[in-house]
Write a protein that binds this ligand. Sequence first.
Ligand code: GDR
Length: 360
Amino acid sequence: MSKVALITNITGQDGSYLTELLLKKGYKVHGVNLHYTQSAESVGEVQRPHNPHLSFHDCHGENAQGLDDLLATLRPDEIYNLDVAEPVIIEPAFSEHPAHGAGISALRMLEAIRAQGLEHSTRYYHASSSELCGLVKGMTINEMVTFNPPSSAAVAQICDFWAAVNYRETFGMYACNGILFNHESPRRSENFVTRKITRGLANITQGLEGCLYLGNLNALRDWGHARDYVKTQWLMLQQAKPEDFVIATGVQYTVRQFVTFAALALGIKLRFVGKGLEEKGVIAAIISPVAAALKVGDVVVAIDPRFIRPEEISQVSANPTKARRQLGWVPETSLRDLVIEMVQADLTTAKEAARLKLYG
Ligand code: GDR
C-alpha cells in the first residue's frame, strides 16, 4: 500500500520539490494551500495535474471544518505543513502582512489531526526557519537556541514551532520542526535576494535591464539548495522518535560574494568599487560571449537604500551537526552549483524574452 502524504503550500518552492521526492518514493500526494498569500511560482511536477498519484484540494485554513473533512477522507500517514509566514522585510511597510493567520494554521492542523483520532498514526512536519532565531548576534545556531524573533512574521512562526512541540509533549504526537536556513533554487521567488540577483544579472546580459539594485551587500547568509533540504523534511518523519532539527550547510557567504559568483557564471568578472551607499559593481572583464551586450567599465550593480532593512540579521551561523549525525544528511549541492543552476535557468528565460522583444 502506498503511503499518503498531505502537503500544505504545495505550489511553493519547497512544496514542489517535496512533491517530486515523495512521488518518486511511491507516495500518493495530496496538496492544499491553506492561504493564498505566497506568490511563488507553481512548478515542476505540481504543474502536471494529470499525475494519478497527485491530487489537489481547496481548503482554506479559516475553514476548519473543511480541513477536518479532508483529514477524515485522506487519513494521511504524513502531513508536511509548509504554510509558513514569510517575512520578506524589504521595506518596513511590508513587514506586517505575512503574519496573518500563520500560527493559527499550525494549531488548526494539529487540532484537526486530533479531532479525527489520527494523533497516533499521522506524522506531522512543520517548516520552521532560522528567521526564528532572529537577532542572535555572533552566535552559532543549534537546536538549543533561544528564539529572538525580528519581525511579526517570525513571531507567528514561533507560535507554529511551539504548537508542534506542545502537541508532541502533551498528546504524544509525532510532530517535529525543521529549522531551515535559507534554501534557494530556480523556483525561488524574486522577493529573495538570490533569485533577484540571478534573474537581474541574466536580464542585464541580454539587454533587458541596465543595473541591479540591491541593499546590504555585507549581509551573511547560509544558502543551500531547496531540493536537498526537502529530503530532510522527509527524513525527519522517518525516525524512531520525533525531534527538531537545524538544517543548513554550516557555511556562510555575503550577498556580495553571491553576486560575484552569479556574474562569473554569466561570464562576467566584477570589481566592487566605492563604499556604503556609493558602492558599485563594475565589469572588470568579460570572459564569455554570453555577456556580449556589455563592456568593461559598465556599472551593473548599485545600492538602493530602499532595499536596506532597518534591522538586519547579519551574523547568524548554523550548526547542522545533529542533522548530519542523526539523519545522516549532508547537502549534496555546493553553492557554486546552486548559483550555476539558477543562472542557467534565468538565462534561458532572459534569452527568450530578448528574442520576443526583438521579433515581437
Ligand atoms: P531572508 O532572505 O530574509 O534571509 O529570509 P532574503 O533573500 O530576502 O535576504 C537575504 C539577505 O540579503 C539581503 N539583501 C536583500 N534582500 C532582498 N530580499 N532584496 C534585496 O535587494 C537585498 N539586498 C540585500 C537582505 O538584507 C538579507 O540580509 C529567508 C526566508 O526564506 C525566510 O522565510 C527564512 O526564514 C530565512 O530565509 C531563513
